[in-house]
Design a binder for this molecule. Structure first.
Ligand SMILES: Nc1ncnc2c1ncn2[C@@H]1O[C@H](COP(=O)(O)OP(=O)(O)OP(=O)(O)O)[C@@H](O)[C@H]1O
Ligand SMILES: [Mg+2]
Length: 364
């Protein structure tokens, strides 16, 4: 059977191996446990699993175990008989019964409490359920697929998850790698999402500037595909012109690329530590701080240093140029997350030139 991965975008080798597993496991009735960080596409994958199974024409019934109060989860899953509890005014079937012949997706199974875990184990082993307040079991025919962004092995070790259920669920593990481990997929996904959002808004397709492509690739995407999707939607609304520039990117992303450059930040203190404070305050301070010492320049206009700046800072030309260069290299390294290629790109110089300069200053 041809595997239909409609809607799941990606060509990375990591994702290709997930697809390969999916192709093998989908047509079977095996229990599958999908793991992966938040936003990696676990739900999308589980839906594809169902769509490629022989149960495709039968119901797909998802239930988010983390979103339903635990007192209600049992009756949601197993149903209840009239009078089983105060508000049980009539009998009701649960999701396992509703899914008959199809697939039940237990999302965020790591959130389920231990008492209910035993009952899930019984469904898996005996293929039968009992309604809350009921006095008999009923055979059911469902495939169970579960997902979690927790490390269930750790949860087992911590006593929060039953070991027997873990092994029973984990017959076929499918792990979705985080976006930062999918290489070129970031740009592929970004272009796809941007195209979709621009299309929806009837605006001409936006392109990424080369620097934005570098930023998209260098950022670590803690919120994975969902975060990327949201950023593309934002760009489709806020970006001017026909090309996305670094300035259009969310400040959080630009800042984070700066933050993770910790080693570069440390070295920042060495070469300039001896430079007078006056230099920092007057010459190299961010533009908005300079208004203290001189009239604010017209918006967007760069303020060239003047001789008075050098005199005030007690510097000669060479010291000044050296310090300016070091500071810019520091900033570029910080913004690139210490990725030399990218830092060189930010500075508009060759990587080898950057490394040479850093070496001279003991900044490597
Ligand atoms: N490979 C992909 N191609 C296209 N869209 C994707 C891909 N992976 C995820 N998405 C989209 O990203 C969003 C998040 O995916 P999904 O809800 O499946 O993630 P999740 O792993 O279940 O997240 P959570 O753990 O937060 O529940 C969805 O809008 C989904 O359509
Ligand atoms: Mg999900």
């Amino acid at each position: 059977m041809e595997l239909n991965t409609d809607g799941i975008i990606g060509q990375s080798t990591t994702l290709a191996s997930v697809f390969r597993m999916l192709g093998k496991v989908a047509p079977t009735d095996s229990t599958v446990l999908v793991t992966g960080e938040s936003g990696t596409g676990k739900e999308l994958l589980v839906r594809a699993l169902h769509a490629n199974s022989k149960r495709a024409a039968k119901p797909f019934v998802p239930i988010n175990c983390g979103a339903i109060p635990k007192e209600l989860l049992e009756s949601e899953l197993f149903g209840h008989e009239k009078g089983a509890f105060t508000h049980a005014i009539r009998s009701r079937s649960g999701r396992f019964e509703l899914a008959d012949g199809g697939t039940v997706f237990l999302d965020e199974i790591g959130e389920m409490d231990l008492a209910l875990q035993v009952k899930i184990l019984r469904v898996l082993q005996e293929k039968e359920i009992e309604r809350v307040g009921g006095n008999g079991v009923k055979k059911i025919d469902v495939r169970i697929v579960a997902a979690t962004n927790r490390d269930l092995e750790n949860e087992v070790a911590a006593g929060n998850f039953r070991e027997d259920l873990y092994y029973r669920l984990n017959v076929i593990p499918l792990h979705l790698p985080p976006l930062r481990e999918r290489g070129g997929d970031v740009l592929l996904l970004a272009r796809n999402f941007l195209e979709r959002f621009c299309g929806k808004k009837n605006r001409p397709l936006l392109k990424f500037s080369p620097l934005v492509e570098k930023i998209l690739t260098a950022y670590d995407w803690p919120g994975n595909v969902r975060e990327l999707e949201n950023v593309m939607e934002r760009l489709s609304i806020l970006a001017d012109g026909d090309t996305v520039q670094p300035d259009d990117m969310p400040p959080k992303i630009l800042r984070r690329l700066g933050d993770i450059g910790a080693p570069a930040d440390e070295t920042a203190d060495t070469p300039e530590a001896s430079t007078p404070d006056e230099f920092t305050r007057v010459v190299a301070a961010p533009a908005q701080d300079r208004t203290e010492t001189r009239a604010r320049p017209p918006a967007g206009e760069f303020v060239w240093p003047v001789l008075a700046d050098l005199e005030r800072a007690g510097m000669d030309l060479k010291t000044f140029l050296d310090a300016a260069e070091s500071r810019l290299m520091d900033e570029a390294l910080a913004r690139s997350g210490n990725v030399k290629n990218l830092a060189a790109e930010f500075l508009g110089i060759k990587r080898t030139t950057l490394i040479e300069k850093l070496r001279k200053r003991n900044m490597l």
